[in-house]
Ligand binder design. Sequence first.
Ligand SMILES: [Zn+2]
Length: 262
Amino acid sequence: MSHQVKKLTERISLLYGVPDECCIYLLEGSEGALLVDTGFGITDIYREAETVTDLPFWVVNTHGHGDHSGGDMYCDTVYMSAEAEADVLDAINLNKTKLSAETIAEMEKNLAGSAFRPSFITEGFTFDLGDVQVETIEIPGHTAGDLAFLDRQDRVLFSGDCCVKSMDILLVVPQALTLSAYLASMKKLQERRGEFDWLCTGHDQTLMPASFVDDVVSCCEKILSGEIPGEDFELPAVFGDTKARRAAYRDFSIAYRQNRLV
Ligand SMILES: [Zn+2]
């Protein structure tokens, strides 16, 4: 199995096709490229990216969840926040437990000689792709180590799972911060709305309008003020505490915990 590739813009390719996996993006500048997230690790994503671009490329993680970072093991150096490292290492091991013996054997073969190591980046770290500069923005919330990546030339923000329309925005995962902390990060993005018109999100497979950030901010504010009450729902047992709430607003939904608002 390998990923399908779709051109979203002149510079941005989407690698997709593995069920439940994140969107994997390859952003190409004139001198270098950036691979945003690595998927489950079922395939050697580094080799696949090499078939899409002839440019040297960096690899980044928006955060450490296994559907975004499982393929890190095929890469020598992966740039991520320090807070994401433990999640990434957990994810690689957890993904292995879910796979068939045959797939694991294939992975182990691919992995022989892997020199994976995380390289930690913080707010403002910039990747120079030649005619494109990509800036790192810290947006903790969905996890403590969430990063967004801003391509100022194309006015696109790679937002990971912090803004997603095709599934719940998840603040119920064990690594999530409070709704208020998440809202602070979304307001930070809102303050920079003048710098981007589009989002490449963690799971939507299409460019999303940047106004989505405004809707997310409004939704969180309305939950905190009580204007949107939300509805109880039960999470699967794997989440530990199964009690959660869901609020729908405009054309998206967010799952959160009533005891983790502030
Ligand atoms: Zn996630």
